[in-house]
Structure formats: structure tokens, C-alpha cells
Design a protein around this ligand. Structure first.
Ligand SMILES: *Cc1c(COP(=O)(O)O)cnc(C)c1O
Length: 381
């Protein structure tokens, strides 16, 4: 259960992010326990939320770090993750980022194209190093999620397509500074239909056959992240169903002797513990609707504007009456809207508004557009 104490919240200037570290720990404990049943290894995807207290909890719970930029690798290492717990994915790794990762001797580069392999080989060669890599394969599995967070279809920019694999394998024979240790998949985010992951397992098993038939041994199978959370009922299910999620992979993934299975979870670990707290500035009566105008906007939380995503909105100050409001921010964009026709208690200037399930892809995506100040974060122990 999320812990939001009104008196405590009222002491801080709005808007701000409030993180419930207790709920975070409960979530991590559950994930750790369920993954541990099968010796699955979990890397936390830093891009969901890279705040230090969050990274600290991840490290304490024994998770590795899944990074998509040089600065994320730096953040992981500065916050105590061991380099051998760090994986580096991303479709456009720069030379500087690759060099930095090579210097740190990270565990594995998840490589997304033949061209990237060539560049990595050259840069590793200059340092006299051998880079461990996993091939990120695009399995052409539909994640049944918003198209902007779908990554595993052949039309997407991510990964190596099945028809390119033969050529990439031939290319790898020539690359002396690269050591293939596994295969990697990540098909999208906010996946709530678990049958999608079952389809992924089927595809992974087929790719395993393909590699085995070519006598290529793979020590590591990385199935990525993507497990969704319940944005509609954050109270009912504050901790995602990790038992069903990891159990499904145990049931359907054909793991070969000696292989390690890796996961990269972001959203499922941190979404529910974060709330964006904002104050109502004005109520404005429109032609067909009333507007509740907040002091937080798309600069603090861009997900509704970017992916049309739903966040539950609550008025923490008032409990009386029922009125529909378009809940909007102060930014000069019509897409700066957190929700349309949201049923709230009668709302007035100064009321505190909670925008729930904002711990993942919230604060990290904030911007200074309109020269806005960055919202602060507070942590409830
Ligand atoms: C973003 C990302 C993840 C995490 O996705 P979630 O949906 O937050 O679990 C995992 N792996 C890669 C490669 C990613 O880009």
C-alpha cells in the first residue's frame, strides 16, 4: 500500500515527486524472491528511474544494471554496481560511450546491428581488449502495447532481424575482438497480456535451435523487460504479479544446460512507488468542460502527452461532491493534459492533486521546456 501522508506532503513546495521507499522495497523483495526460485538474474533498467535512493535499493537487493547510455553506466558504477553486473543496450551507442564501457570492462554489450559489431570490434582492438556481446535479436513478436513502446516488430529500429543472422554469424568469425556470449531480446514495455511473453519464449526456443544447429553455444539468454503495471488500480495491485511472470518463463523457456537466464525490468519495479504531487492553481469553466489547472505539467510528466497514457488522478485535499474536470498543466501546448473528463471531488485552488503510478519514465523524462525549474523528489522511508 502506498504511503501518502497529507500533512507531510503539505510541507513541500509543489510540484514534486514523492517516492514510497517501503513500497519499493516490498516490490524488489517480491521480484527477487520469485526470480530466485529459478536462479534467474535480474538487471534493473536504469532509464525508468535513475535517482540515487532508487539505485541504492536496487543494488542492495542484488540486481544488476541495464544501461542504455554511457551516463547510465557511469551512474550505475558510481552507485556501487560492479562492472560485471552492467549490460549496455541501445541502437545508437556512440564511440565515446563504447570506449567508456570497454574501459570499465562491463559484463556485456547487447549489439543491435552488423555495423555496430564492426565499430565495437575496431574500438576494442585499439585497446587490446575483447568485448563480450549478446546479439539483440528482433523476434517479430507483437507486444500488444502502445506503438511508441513496441520494439520487437520487424518494422522497429531495434535489434537484428532473423534473416540477417546468417550474415552476422559469418561476420563474427572475422571479428577477433568480439566474444559472442549470448542472445538478447526486448519486445516492448507496459506488457500486461502475459501470453505475449509466452510467444516470446516460443521464438527464443526457435532461435536457440538455430544457433545449436550451427554449433554456436550460448551461455546467456536475456529476455529483456517489459512487464506492465496496473495504472488503473494502483491500490489493488501495488506489487506486480512476479510469480506469474517468472513462472511463465520457467515453464515455457527451454533453458539448456549451463545457461543463465537474464531479465531487464524497469517499469514493473519502480512505477507504483512514485507519485507526482501538484497543486491546483485555477479552476476555469470552459464551454463543455471545466479545467483544473495544475502547477505540474508535461515538463514533469510527459507520458500522457507522449503515449496518451492513463494515470490515476486523485484530489488529496477534498472528498466532497463529484465533478468532471479536464486536468491540465500550465505549459503552452494543448497536449499538456493529464486526463480528460476526470471525475473528482469538487476541486478548488490550493488542493493537492496526486498523479499516481509515476515512478517509472516520469521524473527521468522531465524537461526544462518553458524554462521550468526541475521538480524535486522527496522520499518516504
Ligand atoms: C527500456 C528497456 C528495458 C526496460 O523496459 P521496462 O518496460 O521498463 O521493463 C529493458 N531492456 C531494454 C533493452 C530497454 O531498452
Amino acid at each position: 500500500m502506498l504511503n501518502l501522508n497529507l500533512e507531510e506532503l503539505q510541507q513541500h513546495p509543489t510540484p514534486f515527486y514523492a517516492y514510497d521507499l517501503n513500497l519499493l522495497r516490498q516490490t524488489l523483495q517480491a521480484a527477487k524472491q520469485e526470480a530466485g526460485k529459478y536462479n534467474f538474474y535480474v538487471h534493473y533498467a536504469l532509464k525508468a528511474n535513475a535517482n540515487e535512493p532508487v539505485l541504492d535499493e536496487m543494488r542492495r537487493h542484488g540486481f544488476g544494471a541495464d544501461c542504455v547510455s554511457g551516463n547510465e553506466i557511469k551512474a550505475a558504477i558510481v552507485n556501487g554496481f560492479a562492472p560485471e553486473q552492467v549490460v549496455f543496450a541501445g541502437v545508437g551507442k556512440s564511440d565515446d560511450e563504447i570506449n567508456y564501457a570497454l574501459d570499465q570492462d562491463i559484463f556485456c554489450f547487447n549489439c543491435e546491428s552488423g555495423h555496430e559489431l564492426e565499430v565495437l570490434n575496431e574500438l576494442a582492438g585499439k585497446k587490446g581488449k575483447i568485448a563480450r556481446i549478446a546479439l539483440r535479436i528482433n523476434p517479430n513478436v507483437n507486444a500488444n502495447t502502445h506503438k511508441y513502446i513496441t520494439t520487437g516488430l520487424e518494422e522497429n529500429k531495434f535489434g537484428i532481424n532473423a534473416w540477417e543472422l546468417e550474415q552476422v554469424l559469418a561476420q563474427l568469425q572475422q571479428l577477433e575482438h568480439i566474444n559472442l556470449i549470448g542472445i538478447h531480446f526486448h519486445i516492448g514495455s507496459q506488457i500486461t497480456d502475459l501470453s505475449v511473453f509466452r510467444n516470446l519464449c516460443t521464438r527464443v526456443n526457435e532461435f536457440q535451435e538455430w544457433f545449436a544447429s550451427r554449433n554456436v553455444s550460448l551461455q546467456h539468454i536475456n529476455v529483456g523487460g517489459g512487464l506492465g503495471v496496473d495504472y488503473y488500480h494502483p491500490e489493488q495491485q501495488p506489487v506486480p504479479d512476479f510469480e506469474a511472470y517468472f513462472g511463465l518463463f520457467d515453464q515455457f523457456l527451454e533453458v539448456r544446460p549451463g545457461q543463465e537466464v537474464h531479465f531487464e525490468l524497469g517499469r514493473a519495479l519502480v512505477a507504483q512507488c512514485g507519485t507526482l504531487i501538484s497543486k491546483v492553481l485555477y479552476i476555469k469553466n470552459g464551454q463543455n468542460t471545466n479545467f483544473a489547472i495544475l502547477d505540474a505539467g508535461m515538463t514533469e510528466l510527459i507520458r500522457p502527452a507522449l503515449y496518451q497514457s492513463y494515470h490515476k488522478i486523485e484530489n488529496l485535499s477534498s472528498g466532497r461532491g463529484e465533478v468532471r474536470y479536464d486536468v491540465v498543466g500550465p505549459i503552452c501546448e494543448s497536449s499538456d493534459c493529464f486526463g480528460k473528463a476526470v471525475l473528482l471531488p469538487e476541486t478548488k485552488r490550493g488542493d493537492l492533486i496526486a498523479i499516481r503510478t509515476a515512478g517509472a519514465y516520469g521524473e527521468v523524462m522531465s524537461s526544462a521546456y518553458n524554462l521550468r525549474d526541475k521538480a524535486k523528489a522527496i522520499y518516504m522511508p
